[in-house]
Design a protein around this ligand. Structure first.
Ligand code: GTR
Length: 444
């Protein structure tokens, strides 16, 4: 991806190195080159993620839960992601339930109306559930279906793009009456184009159900998407520009949507409500982390290449920065974050704070060695810095401060791998998530 830069304002040389003080200048200035040199990463001190509202650090899980975690979560709302919208009733319509993959799975397509109003927003979820063992283990269990853990992720381009299966329904905004014939034709042409990022049968073979919905059902990913998003109906502004400083944007809407899908998943007899794992890639990895931070019903949280505003520490001036991301994507975060574009060091949080909101649940952070824009070392260091939250519970996080070799998964309660290759979500990643979940979320 081409990184649009910030405009040169000034460069301030400081003792011990060069600290690039980037300020937004006139449009005439040249874009600031993105820093990919570790030697230019400024030294920084991270905010104490154990500090409560009175700055006294938590020393017990009880203090964490009662005071510190709520305080840190409020800071993340106020300075980064915006207030978390309230839940609404989810009204589910089972559109289709069919056998799939030669009987090895059941495919479910369900339409979830997000609220009681007939004209409320809706999303369509595509879910695959492994077929229960043919022979019940005992008469007692013969009637009760096996309950499966489930991976849940939002997708970029529609459920139909995630698999070549011709029976997968087009996104709601494409199947709507106002959709143009060209849009329908384009959507049909997109069938299966993202399938490499969702190895459904491999996930099913590992004993996991797997579900997805398109992020556009909650917030179309563009700076003018607010009006068509779920946010106005939840009491927020109609446009990005009209938002109050701590109002959510698309990341808040996507995280909210993941929780609404969770509301439905846990009602299904074949799904183990105690083992719903939220997964996200890149911008949707930022959303998955924020969903897992705000909704502790998610048993495990997985960030894949989430980068800036995801797992990567913002105080590092490496790859994408707060100024760059809030300039290119003004609709993603709350407006306040953009005011810290050149002064991340003044934020009362950093991304280790976000990761720590998952504690003591299992957290998996995945990087890719060629994904420099996302700052893979910064994602690893975010996980290292989040460990004190797990330590409060007597648990180890990564268990090391050594960045591992490529393709060498590590970690205890926090898992991590640095995959060879580029910014992507691949079968290798999914199978490491399953390995980690096998260990951390063993079934009954
Ligand atoms: C980039 C953005 C990244 C990441 C990525 C993605 O344009 O700068 O933060 O979110 O998109 O979502 O693929």
């Amino acid at each position: 991806m081409n990184a649009e830069g910030l405009w040169w304002g000034s460069v301030v040389a400081m003792a011990g190195g060069v600290c690039l003080a980037l300020t937004t200048g006139s449009a005439a200035a040249e874009p600031v080159p993105t820093n990919y040199d570790e030697a230019l990463v400024r030294s920084y001190t991270l905010p104490d993620l154990l500090a409560g509202p009175n700055q006294t650090p938590a020393t017990t899980p009880q203090q964490w839960r009662a005071e510190v975690r709520p305080h840190q979560l409020r800071l993340l709302e106020q300075f980064v992601y915006g207030r978390r919208p309230a839940a609404v009733p989810v009204v589910a319509e089972m559109v289709e339930r069919e056998s799939a993959f030669d009987g090895r799975a059941t495919r479910v397509q369900a339409r979830l109306r997000l609220g009681n109003r007939p004209d409320a927003h809706a999303t369509e979820v595509l879910l695959y559930i492994p077929t229960s063992p043919a022979i019940p283990t005992s008469p007692a269990t013969a009637s009760a279906p096996k309950k499966f853990p489930v991976f849940l992720h939002l997708n970029f381009a529609g459920n139909h793009a995630e698999s070549a299966d011709a029976d997968i329904r087009l996104p709601l905004h494409i199947s709507a009456p106002q959709a143009t014939p060209e849009a329908v034709t384009a959507a049909e042409a997109a069938r299966g184009t993202k399938a490499v990022g969702w190895p459904i049968q491999k996930i099913l073979e590992r004993g996991y159900a797997t579900a997805t919905a398109t992020s556009a059902d909650f917030y179309p990913d563009n700076k003018d998407g607010q009006a068509q998003s779920v946010l106005p109906g939840l009491g927020y502004a109609d446009t990005v520009a009209q938002r109050a400083a701590d109002e959510p944007g698309s990341l808040g809407a996507w995280a909210w949507g993941l929780s609404r899908i969770l509301d439905w998943l846990v009602t299904l007899p074949e799904i183990d409500a105690s083992r719903v794992i939220v997964v996200g890639h890149s911008r949707l990895g930022k959303a998955a982390l924020w969903a897992g931070a705000g909704d502790e019903r998610f048993a495990m949280v997985v960030s894949n290449n989430s980068g800036c505003g995801g797992a990567a520490l913002e105080r590092r001036n490496f790859g994408e920065t707060v100024a760059k991301i809030t300039t290119r994507f003004p609709h993603w975060f709350c407006p306040t974050l953009a005011t810290y574009g050149d002064r991340e060091v003044d934020l009362p949080v950093d991304q280790h704070t976000l990761l720590a909101m998952v504690a003591p649940r299992p957290l998996y952070v995945a990087s890719a060695v060629e994904d420099r824009w996302a700052d893979p070392r910064g994602e690893f260091l975010g996980a290292v810095a989040a460990e004190p939250a797990w330590k409060l519970f007597g648990l180890e996080g990564l268990g090391t401060t050594q960045w591992p070799p490529v393709d060498t998964p590590i970690g205890r309660q926090i898992g991590y791998h640095l995959r060879s290759g580029k910014h992507d979500l691949l079968e290798y990643d999914w199978l490491r998530f399953a390995d980690f979940a096998d260990r951390l979320l063993p079934g009954n």
